[in-house]
Design a binder for this molecule. Sequence first.
Ligand code: NAI
Length: 329
Amino acid sequence: MKIAVYSTKPYDRDYLTRANKDQHELLFLEAPLKANTALLAQDCGAVCCFVNDQLNAEVLKLLADQGVRIIALRCTGFNQVDLATARELGITIARVPEYSPHAIAEHTLGLILMLNRHLHRAHYRIRENDYSLNGLLGFDLAGKTVAIVGTGKIGTVFARIMLGMGCRVIAYDPYPDEALAQQGVTYKALDDLWPEADIVSLHCPLTPDNYHMIDDAALERMKPGVMLINTGRGALINTKAVVGGLKSQKIGYLGLDVYEEEADLFFEDYSNQLLQDDVFARLLTFPNVVITGHQAFFTHEALTTIAKVTTDNISHFEKGNLAQVCLVE
Ligand code: NAI
């Protein structure tokens, strides 16, 4: 099958080419998928997309008109897809349900340690020949309470890591995991997490119900100086509320791998341009904020699995083995 692969970076090209083993014709496109690039998928039965490609009704209709029958997401989350329209148009949506929960969970720990021990500041200080410790005082993670929102594949690995660090782990998930509870995780109602947590980490999908779950009201209930970490999806957090929380020092530390307006920024090099996003620019002024550009997934193991599952999804679809396709349902 001919596949239009949108938002291609050199690493996507490498890993997908290797996994494809000449099964499909891969048309690598650097452009992201949106209404004015959808026509690039002409003659393609399949489209392969990433997290910030637009899969709204307009784009899906354009793709369907050209004969696209399957969209293979090379990611886990599918909040960017208008599923009702895809269903109406008979377009199959496949994804990579699990590639490496460890990649994201370990990156989350990295953000926590970087913030907690001010490693980002220490790194630059030493390079400036400044060996003073003023302002670098950290705190032990052992004994602290970590609240995890969403204990699926990533949240589970992260919970085990934090239990291993000697933390108390509390969690909210509409479907609590009995095995995790037996390992020491205490499930609570979402609202009851906030007053107890020293660290809050988000690992749930973005849905219409939890859009801006972290808002002024949630922050109000949190401990002063709380550490907030988001490696889930940007719009789980109301960024303006969080900027307010940083200014008032309600939030002591903020670690982000995702940002609600990231589609206009992440994955590209804009170092020769002026930053136009004032909210993001404000975030960058705080010394207690660390941001990575949707990088948590980016390990060799994850890219290998993403490429294999993505090409397999399309091969199974082509052969009519729908049961083997990792469908978004
Ligand atoms: P998963 O599907 O295994 O687990 C998600 C869990 O969240 C489930 O247990 C589900 O019951 C729970 N959940 C659903 N709605 C919830 C809500 N409103 N509140 C609390 N929990 C809720 O997914 P997985 O693999 O653990 O990934 C979680 C999310 O992490 C993805 O949806 C994606 O948005 C994000 N992600 C971020 C990456 C990155 O590079 N930063 C990479 C991969 C995923």
